[in-house]
Design a protein around this ligand. Structure first.
Ligand code: 1VU
Length: 296
């Protein structure tokens, strides 16, 4: 479950490392995380230039103040090792591994980063976008419980999953939902962050808002985004809502009453409220405070 120290990752924006205009824009955007992409958003012939551009850009004044992640090409691909070196050099918070099939892919990246003397603060994020990754969610998420492994977050890759399986993303991702829920379950078992996949139709913000609400109800921390217009709706949907904040305050206040201090369960407005609800209320209020502080 999320706790009071879980980072805010409501809006996680992909920015193609080869797109100068997008790079220039990203520091002014209100997303919680930027993923600089060296993989699918960059054409094969532009990979070396994109790596160089990313190095230059992140060493300069335009570096965004938010969490910075770099998505590399798969380590087994012709670009993987050069990408990992470039990613390590830009001191990211995380490195996103695409096409992960099982725990071995993560352990290999971990070992390669150790060989490059990357600090342990550089975390690994794993894309769950192959059928094998879905089958291996348990062993992948187990790495989250291993303090020696760097795994911090799972990211759904619904476009690739749909391509590989033939599963439709319409209507409302109904067929994909069981696998997304499996991913949330595995991620939570491994104390990992869990971020939902992208919505391709970036002009339909109404549908996007609904998709964010569904993702939040499934338990995701946030959503990966492809366009700046998606940031506002994602930030709004994954933030505690005013009614939730009011309810959380009421729970905290009720447990603080002298007569309830030593009770495990109390009655509040006709509902049973237990100490687990108090924990949840405190987490929600901490998230609301973190969002407020970020906006100041
Ligand atoms: O206002 P300006 O003209 O200065 O800027 C444009 C545009 O450059 C900028 N913008 C972005 N800035 C940062 N990050 C982005 N991802 C981004 N996208 C656009 O916003 C201003 C308005 O843009 P626009 O409405 O004119 O849109 P464009 O036609 O420029 O771009 C649309 C696409 C879809 C091509 C663009 O948003 C994009 O490249 N998005 C990211 C694609 C990507 O990273 N794909 C790979 C990850 S998704 C995946 O692999 C699934 C797992």
């Amino acid at each position: 479950m999320q706790d009071t120290t879980s980072p805010l990752r409501r809006s996680v924006l992909y920015v193609p490392a080869s797109n100068d205009k997008a790079l220039a824009k990203c520091a002014s955007l209100a997303c919680d995380t930027v993923i600089f992409d060296l993989e699918d958003a960059v054409a094969p012939e532009r990979k070396p230039a994109a790596r160089e551009r990313l190095r230059e850009f992140l060493a300069g004044d335009g570096r965004p103040g938010c969490e910075v992640v770099v998505r590399i090409n798969a380590l087994g691909s012709e670009w993987g090792t050069e990408d990992l070196l470039a990613a390590r050099a830009v001191k990211p918070d995380g490195i996103l591994l695409p096409k992960v099939n099982g725990p071995r892919d993560i352990l290999d990246a971990d070992a390669a980063l150790d060989e490059m003397d990357a600090p342990r603060s550089v975390k690994l994020w794993a894309m769950i976008e192959t059928a094998r990754a879905v089958l291996n969610l348990g062993p992948i998420a187990e790495l989250g419980q291993n303090p020696a492994a760097r795994l911090a977050c799972l990211v759904a890759g619904t476009n690739d999953l749909a391509r590989e399986t033939g599963m439709s993303l319409a209507p409302e991702r109904g067929y994909m939902t069981p696998f997304l829920l499996q991913m949330v379950m595995a991620g939570r078992a491994g104390s990992l962050g869990v971020i939902d996949g992208v919505a391709n139709d970036f002009r339909d913000l109404e549908a996007f808002g609904r998709a964010c609400q569904d993702a939040r109800a499934m338990g995701f921390d946030g959503k990966t985004l492809i366009h700046p217009a998606q940031i506002g709706p994602a930030n709004a949907a994954f933030a505690p809502q005013p009614t939730e904040v009011a309810e959380a305050r009421a729970i905290v206040a009720a447990f603080a009453l002298p007569e309830n201090r030593e009770r495990g369960a109390i009655s509040l407005e006709g509902r049973m409220v237990e100490r687990l609800h108090l924990d949840m209320a405190q987490t929600l209020l901490a998230r609301a405070r973190a969002i407020e502080e970020k906006q100041q």
